[in-house]
Design a protein around this ligand. Structure first.
Ligand code: PHE
Length: 511
């Protein structure tokens, strides 16, 4: 019967057959210059074929610590002192002088001195009034302690159980001087079984080396007859080029989750919007510069939009002309319904917010109302690396009784915290439709900078009164662009990348 083994296992088996006796695994691994784990895996293959095995043995490994190694090199303190006295041929010396000469730590000096006495090398006397040391022995044969120490010159660690009785005694003596460490270790000894010893190498065949397993090999079980190339799990896998959600969509979904987790519901509105909802309802006067062609895209088709209920249009008209019932003086000009009917590409999602206020009136909704909008807006901008003509805004509003600026700041803090910004700062700002208005900046750790995020405020009475939202019911609102934050999140320097879609960048995005 032949046995099939991996090449390396055959090599190890050959070595073991030559060695005849059992082998310490760690030593053998070193000798064969292979990993311990590789060796033990090979032994497992031998075990599978009943050719070999291993046994475990617990040993106490002893080795000299730093202090011990120092003594191994320079001699034990007692020998150092003895050498000093022998070298300078002094048969007597005062204790003080010997301390100075020895350059030893005082404590260690006394240990050395007491061992010299125990060894019968010296005598001490204070007869002359001075503490004197006399060398009394004639010969100084190597002590057992010294011999034991020297045994560590060849190998720095020794197996405690292999020490002779006398060596154990010396170890116990020296161990009290805290110059040894003693560690429990499990050793593995590898051996060949009877079968392993008698099996002829000529009957052992090498397994074919393969790197792929086919389904046939799996179903027939023949995969066991091959030496399968191991996987290198540290190597990166092949990159997958499957379809995935666009990073911008991922970000939008994250922000959507944030609003929803804060109790908001999503609203959407038309991209082709009336100037009425985009500007007029927001109390932006009809000659406001933001309305001009260079800022806003007007449409020829459809040229005019339908306005909401006549009485609401009149209410908005009144706020512009004289403040209506909002306690304002208004802008004091002749408001033109035809200008309000013009169609524009929505310049901000606040137009959609206004539609929600109109719906609030129409449905006689109850407070609180918390809605958000993440949607496309358009501005007549020249494109460059930080400007787009078509981009996305994120906007949220709360309609509720007695809400105030602190509530707004609280909402902003919570919102931006969930967006990953711990610190925010608000500064006074201006929007035609909010009073007071605030600019919001967040602290961006990665850059160590404050970044302006967007605007916020409480809608003016001129904006809310036409829709029946009257003091103490107020509307807190905030909004910002999506793409700027996307540039931060995805570390893009050019805002256009988000729409040009460099394929390399998209491929780097996680699934
Ligand atoms: N509409 C503002 C913009 O386009 C943002 C904003 C929304 C400001 C709500 C105040 C309140 O920048």
């Amino acid at each position: 019967m032949t046995i099939k083994l991996k090449k390396q296992v055959i090599e190890i088996l050959t070595v073991l057959k030559k060695k005849k006796t059992e082998q310490l695994a760690s030593t053998l691994a070193k000798e064969l210059n292979i990993d311990y784990i590789v060796l033990m895996a090979a032994i497992n293959d031998l075990i599978d074929h009943d050719l070999g095995g291993f046994r475990e043995k617990e040993i106490y490994q002893i080795s000299l610590n730093d202090e011990g190694q120092n003594y191994l090199e320079n001699g034990l303190p007692e020998n150092q002192l003895l050498n000093l006295m022998k070298e300078s041929d002094v048969k007597e010396i005062s204790m003080e002088d010997l301390i100075v000469k020895s350059k030893l730590d005082k404590q260690i000096f006394y240990v050395g001195l007491s061992n010299m006495r125990k060894n019968g090398w010296i005598a001490q006397s204070k007869a002359t009034g001075e503490n004197k040391i006399f060398l009394v022995a004639e010969e100084f044969p190597e002590t057992d302690v010294e011999k034991f120490m020297k045994s560590f010159k060849a190998n720095l660690t020794r197996d405690y159980s292999k020490l002779s009785k006398n060596e154990q005694l010396q170890f116990d003596l020296l161990n009290r001087r805290k110059i040894f460490t003693k560690e429990k270790k499990t050793q593995r000894y590898i051996f060949l079984t009877k079968k392993g010893k008698s099996f002829k190498m000529s009957e052992i065949k090498e397994l074919t080396h393969i790197s792929k397993i086919t389904s046939e090999m799996l179903s027939s079980g023949t995969w066991k007859d091959y030496d399968i190339k191991p996987f290198d799990v540290t190597k990166p896998g092949p990159s997958l080029k499957a379809g995935k959600t666009h990073p911008l969509v991922n970000l939008i979904n994250q922000i959507r989750e944030i609003f929803i987790s804060m109790g908001f519901t999503e609203i959407r509105g038309p991209i082709v919007e009336s100037a009425f909802f985009n500007f007029d309802a927001l109390f932006q006067p009809q000659d406001h510069p933001a309305r001009e062609l260079q800022d806003t895209f007007y449409l020829n088709n459809p040229k005019f939009a339908k306005l909401p209920e006549k009485d609401r249009v009149l209410a908005v008209k009144a706020t512009h002309e004289n403040g209506g019932d909002s306690n304002s003086l208004g802008w004091r000009y002749q408001w033109d319904e035809n200008i309000a009917k013009q169609t524009v590409l929505r310049t901000h999602t606040t137009a959609t917010t206004m539609r929600r206020l109109a719906q609030f009136y129409r449905n006689n909704d109850k407070t609180p109302v918390k809605v958000f909008c993440i949607d496309r807006v358009f501005r007549n901008e020249k494109l460059d690396k930080s400007h787009l003509a078509e981009f996305t805004q994120i906007e949220g509003i709360v309609i509720d009784e007695n809400v105030n600026l602190s509530d707004l700041i609280g909402l902003l803090s919570e919102f931006y915290k969930k967006m990953g910004f711990e610190k925010i700062i608000t500064r006074p700002g201006f929007f035609p439709y909010t009073e007071p208005s605030m600019e919001v900046s967040v602290y961006y750790d990665k850059l160590g900078e404050w970044l302006e995020m967007g605007g916020s405020g409480i809608f003016r009475p001129e904006v809310t009164y036409p829709w029946g939202i009257k003091n103490p019911t107020r509307v807190l609102a905030w909004g910002q662009g999506l793409e700027r934050i996307a540039m931060l999140y995805y570390d893009r320097k050019d805002i256009r990348d988000l729409y040009v879609n460099p394929i390399k960048w998209l491929r780097q995005q996680p699934y």
